[in-house]
Design a protein around this ligand. Structure first.
Ligand code: NAD
Length: 470
């Protein structure tokens, strides 16, 4: 699509917004219901399209990690948005009374959403829910790695929304670059940290505010006090969902050397229980593209060359697996920080374990690296848990679990530092896509006139009196 068309669509959306900048709860509710119905009516088509884009994506995973999250988000928005939309009173300092203050939430106008391929439906639609609930018009640029899903999303949304309400711009990096250069009223980008930097740079030229939902290496700290029968399946499941292609997947484990051998064997055994076969198993998801498959193999090769030990789940035919772009859980031990697998986000079913003898060592390792999108701590020792929560900085945390904090609609979802800026989901999304306008209502009886010039001795006395209230 030539650039002018994207510009023209933005202009059309902005004109439509300007005609109705204060959409009612009824209109927003109707949009959210329409969106939910369109997604539900096409569930099977979405499952099929995503699976074909991946090579294989488990239909159940699509239901759990795309459909259920979207419907949960819509249900929550339908229940609460009317309340979030209300103007609310704000306190007024003594010296300004009897004046009063209010905060009026307003839509921003036209919101842009750029989404990645790993959960291609959910990561386009969850921000859309927040943006529509806040009363905005929306343009979406989904990933070129999932063309079937992107085209289907365009046609499904195009059937129920007009182009001046929601427009889906399908295409590759060139379109993405043009898209991120548009003067949106807000731009939410989900993707890698490197591209996030480029997108933030493009948006800054228009002073478009950005929410950046990025990636990184999310650590898991396993404490001595952890309940192993809960810890092993939860880490295995969090790592192998979508074959590890999850922004909040556990990226690496930190634990004492003496526990690593037994722990890695238990992880492999659990993976084999979850997936008795990896090849041809409809439950197990393929790696999205040859380039990512090669990248993951490269990480293993580099680790092995530098002295790591690899333990692989299952005994599937490696040729067949390569043909299906599948990699079973591979636990990497004797890991050192100089290995590439410890330096870049893995985004696949490889799980390095780094020996760390004490909690202090683990905390230090985490603190010395980029602030992660997620941090996981497994254990029953409450004092240590509190220590970790208070002294580590990450986008979010799940305690005794992996990933599930992301689907809690009442807590913000977002990164910090290189893992992102800003947040959404639930009311946090509503606020991200709203302007919280502060309004001051002056009173007839304002004492402000006592501070009018010319400044005299009387003014000095008033100022002295005012200081008592400040
Ligand atoms: P990516 O950064 O390569 O691409 C994301 C989107 O950006 C795509 O739509 C792509 O077309 C677009 N894009 C690519 N180059 C661009 C450019 N120069 N200018 C503007 N847009 C451009 O990411 P990906 O490979 O699709 O997704 C994987 C990454 O996303 C991982 O790092 C993962 O951790 C992260 N991620 C983060 C979250 C989160 O919520 N924080 C969720 C999922 C994935």
């Amino acid at each position: 699509m030539p650039k002018n068309n994207l510009d023209a669509i933005l202009r059309t959306q902005r004109a439509a917004f300007n005609e109705n900048p204060n959409s009612s709860w009824g209109e927003r509710k109707n949009n959210l219901i329409k969106l939910g119905k369109a997604i539900a009516d096409n569930e099977a088509n979405f499952q099929q399209a995503i699976s074909e884009d991946f090579g294989n994506r488990s239909f159940v995973e699509t239901t759990i990690a795309e459909m259920a999250i979207i419907h949960g988000g819509i249900k929550h928005a339908l229940k609460h948005t009317q309340k979030w939309m209300r103007a609310r009173k704000a306190p007024t300092a003594m010296q300004f009374k009897p004046a009063s203050n209010k905060i009026i939430p307003q839509p921003l106008g036209v919101v842009g959403i750029i989404s990645p391929w790993n959960y291609p439906l959910q990561l386009a639609v969850m921000p859309l829910i927040g943006a529509l609930g806040a009363g905005n018009r929306v343009m979406i640029k989904p990933s070129e790695y999932t063309p079937r899903l992107s085209n289907l999303l365009k046609s499904v949304l195009g059937e129920v929304f007009s182009d001046d309400e929601i427009h889906v711009a399908v295409g590759g990096v060139k379109i993405a670059q043009e898209f991120s250069g548009l003067p949106f009223d807000h731009l939410l980008f989900t993707g890698s940290t490197n591209v996030g930097r480029i997108v933030a740079g493009a948006a800054s030229k228009n002073l478009t505010p950005v929410t950046l939902e990025l990636g990184g290496k999310s650590p898991v700290i396993v404490d001595d006090s952890a309940n192993m029968s809960l810890t092993i399946p939860r880490i295995t499941n969090g790592k192998l969902l979508n074959a590890g292609q999850t922004c909040v997947a556990p990226d690496y484990l930190l634990m004492p050397e003496r526990e690593i051998n037994a722990f890695s064997k238990a992880l492999i055994a659990k993976a084999e229980e979850f997936y008795p076969k990896f090849a041809g198993n409809p439950d197990y998801t393929s790696i999205i593209a040859d380039s990512h498959y090669a990248r993951l193999q490269g990480l293993l090769e580099d680790a092995q060359n530098k002295g790591a030990t690899l333990r692989t789940a299952g005994d599937d035919d490696t040729q067949v697996m390569a043909g299906e772009r599948r990699i079973p859980l591979t636990v990497v031990t004797n890991t050192t920080p100089d290995m590439k697998i410890m330096q870049e986000e893995i985004f696949g079913p490889l799980l390095p374990i780094l020996a760390s003898e004490t909690l202090e060592d683990s905390m230090q390792y985490v603190q010395e690296h980029d602030r992660p999108l997620a941090l996981y701590w497994f254990g029953e020792d409450k004092a240590k848990r509190e220590h970790v929560l208070r002294n580590s900085i990450s986008g979010g945390v799940s305690i005794n679990e992996t990933a599930w904090h992301v689907v809690q609609e009442d807590i913000p979802f977002g990164g910090v530092g290189p893992s992102g800026m800003g947040a959404y989901h639930g009311e946090h999304g509503f606020k991200t896509f709203s302007h919280m306008k502060g309004v001051f209502f002056q009173s007839k009886f304002s004492g402000g006139k006592m501070l009018y010039p010319p400044y005299t001795e009387k003014t000095q006395k008033v100022l002295k009196m005012m200081k008592k209230f400040m």
